[in-house]
Design a protein around this ligand. Structure first.
Ligand code: MSP
Length: 656
């Protein structure tokens, strides 16, 4: 049976290419870059690289936010002038990004003269329209957030984000009539469902707009804060830092008539963390509307990395330095981990253990192993070259089909801003090839002349699929995938998207001796448990509960409960009750798990569900099928109902 490749190549070449302008927030230069900043920038870089791969014309902007009170305070603490201070830390950000393989097109600083001129021009425009006025004001200001807080936002008198009391200010200031835009903004948010992603952040904004929107204070008297951009219509004031900073996204392109502005502005996407939703989802669209600029196309909002379960903070001493992590894990593996383990929009926990576990599972055991063994076996049996493809059977056709479809699926996930899903899918595809190799046992054919054609077909297929994975992983791990291309005997340039398809690998290509791309790593003992020192106090057991069989906490901890993703499911032959599922626990292979649910669910109904799995149950054989765990169902007098895990939680994540 021979295969028609043309059909597959055709299937994902139908998307029209697009223009794509994406920004990161500009980072405050009051402290050094940490893993949270690195995540925002890496995710933006990966989205840009994927869009480039899909043929889009992209522009990627990042930079630093250099005015405002907290910068002045930090400079004073360091005993230097604000300008010298911001120059130093801005340089640190700019120089760090290439070390993390970030390939931005432009780095803007809010102290750039072009930016200052743009801010003043827009302020003057809004002032001339009569939408800025002066009034006496008193309010509570959080320096950490660089904004006035409403009383209702405080928790025990403190800012909820910074846990510090705000400062009370009473002074004359200029205000932008933001309240006038409330109805318009609410309507926009209601009409445009995909404007803010994920949708729950849109709901948050809609909820916020149910209360009256206040006018925005856009100045600071120079007598209190001189470090900022002068208001063009009153030199006694500087511009409020957020009003200044948000405009970077347009000033960078040369608003109002720069060529880049005309080309890219209609396609602007902002990546932000959830803590700056209000400034980007409320202030920014109102400012744009007042200034007469089209509003952004999309706001994509990610969650926060917490470290060992706690918010990152200097006082807890748990701030993660991206460069130190990169030295430990390698840059590309760090990029992979950050994107794979954070469900976009949700918070995620960062520990070295989790990073290493992901590295070992996905990169060393799954993808790296696939590459190593298929290259080594081909070299050993086919004079160091890619073997010829013989007759293909159903197994090969199935694999190629899932890869062709898989490439499309990954593209869809990326276009939907779900990089974690794309990577999960890639890991699954890789595990399918490993399973194919395990099933076909090519090693048993080696050295047998009658098995040579089949051996060639298996190894060609494995290498060909590995090549597709290399193409898909390139935007995430550019350096490692360049090495992978070399080890597959390919040119070092990235594989064009239309060539990320089965059957393109050329038989006879010389394969250099492989060096493991992702050697296995050890988990260090120091990170084993974060909560060990929180010992529980003993309590009296109530008399009526004395005879109860209690489970000691240590015993409970022995159970490995994990989130799984059912990739496929089928009925067990000759059984009315049993279903056998292939479950992805992000281990680099699928688990086979038998459940007694056939009377309540069809295999199709279980396929693609996220479930809870007891992962360390001793494997057993049931009606001839190996079962390596248990999928949890509620059991209401014999009626089974599947317990589902939330869509946003990744397979392999521990359940406690
Ligand atoms: N200067 C403002 C942004 C102005 S944009 C016109 C600012 N800067 S920041 O340096 O404090 O934060 C920049 C980004 O880093 C934000 O998107 C924020 O969400 C992100 N992160 C800061 N800590 C984070 C984590 N712990 N985890 C993930 N991202 C986090 O806000």
């Amino acid at each position: 049976m021979f295969f028609d490749f043309a059909e597959i190549i055709h299937s994902y070449s139908t998307r029209m290419t697009d223009t794509f302008y994406i920004t990161t927030p500009i980072y405050y230069v009051n402290s050094h870059p940490h893993i949270g900043h690195a995540y925002t920038t890496i995710v933006t870089d990966v989205l840009t690289r994927f869009r480039k791969l899909f043929g889009d014309d992209t522009y990627f902007l990042t930079g630093t936010d250099e005015h405002g009170q907290k910068i002045v305070e930090s400079a004073a603490k360091a005993g230097v002038e604000p300008q010298a201070f911001v120059d130093e830390i801005s340089r640190e950000f700019r120089e760090m990004w290439p070390h993390l393989h970030i390939d931005f097109d432009q780095f803007i600083r809010t102290t750039d003269p072009e930016h200052k001129a743009c801010v003043q021009q827009i302020l003057q425009k809004i002032y001339d329209q009569g939408e800025i006025y002066l009034k006496e004001y008193e309010g509570l200001y959080c320096v950490g957030c660089e904004r006035f807080l409403d009383e209702a936002e405080l928790e025990d008198g403190n800012c909820p984000d910074h846990q510090t009391p705000p400062e009370f200010y009473q002074e004359q200031n200029y205000f932008f009539k933001m309240s006038a835009y409330q109805d318009w903004l609410l309507e926009e948010l209601k009409q445009n469902e995909s404007w803010i992603y994920p949708g729950r952040y849109r709901n948050e904004l809609i909820q916020f707009l149910k209360a009256p929107l206040q006018d925005l204070c856009i100045s600071r008297p120079k007598s209190r804060l001189a470090w900022g951009i002068d208001l063009p219509f009153d030199k006694n004031f500087v511009t409020y830092v957020w009003f200044d900073a948000l405009l970077n996204y347009a000033s960078a392109l040369g608003w109002p008539e720069g060529e880049k502005y005309t080309k890219y502005w209609p396609h602007v996407h902002h990546t932000i963390g959830k803590d700056i939703l209000k400034t980007h989802g409320i202030y920014w669209p109102c400012m744009l509307k007042a200034a007469g600029l089209p509003v952004f196309k999309k706001l994509v909002v990610h969650g926060h990395w917490v470290v060992g379960g706690s918010k990152m903070s200097k006082s807890l001493g748990n701030v993660v330095d991206p460069l130190a992590m990169k030295d430990q894990l390698g840059v590309d593996a760090l990029r992979y981990f950050l994107l794979r383990d954070m469900s976009f929009g949700e918070d995620s926990n960062f520990t070295e253990d989790l990073a290493i576990t992901r590295y070992n599972g996905d990169l060393a055991n799954n993808f790296g192993n696939l590459l190593n063994r298929s290259i080594s076996m081909s070299r050993n049996n086919f004079e160091g070259c890619v073997p010829p493809l013989g007759e293909v059977g159903e197994l090969e056709i199935d694999l190629r089909n899932s890869f062709s479809k898989g490439v499309e699926t990954c593209q869809e996930y990326i276009l939907a801003f779900q990089p974690h899903r794309a990577l999960e899918h890639i890991a699954w595809l890789s595990s399918q090839v490993n399973k194919y190799i395990d099933n076909c046992k090519p090693w048993s054919l080696a050295g047998q002349p009658e098995g040579r054609e089949r051996l060639g077909t298996i190894l060609y297929t494995a290498l060909d699929m590995a090549r597709i994975l290399v193409g898909l992983l390139d935007p995430v791990m550019p350096e490692k995938m360049c090495e992978a291309r070399k080890s597959l005997g390919l040119v070092t340039e990235a594989i064009p998207f239309e060539k990320i398809t089965p059957g393109v690998l050329v038989a006879g290509t010389e394969l250099p001796e492989p060096t493991p791309l992702f050697p296995k790593m050890k988990i260090s003992a120091k990170n084993e448990s974060v909560v060990k020192d929180q010992l529980p106090e003993k309590i009296e057991i109530k008399p009526e509960e004395k005879g109860k069989e209690w489970l000691a906490f240590d015993d409970f901890q022995k159970m490995e409960l994990k989130v799984g993703h059912i990739r496929s499911c089928r009925k067990v032959e000759k059984s009315n009750k049993l279903l056998c599922s292939e479950v992805d626990l992000a281990e680099g292979r699928m688990r086979s798990i038998v459940s007694g649910a056939a009377e309540f669910y069809t295999p199709e109904e279980l396929t693609d569900r996220r479930v809870l799995v007891v992962a360390n149950l001793k494997p057993v054989k049931l009606m001839g099928e190996v079962s390596e765990g248990m999928i949890l169902f509620s059991d209401d007098n014999g009626k089974l109902v599947l317990i589902e895990a939330p869509e946003d939680v990744n397979p392999g994540v521990t359940v406690r």
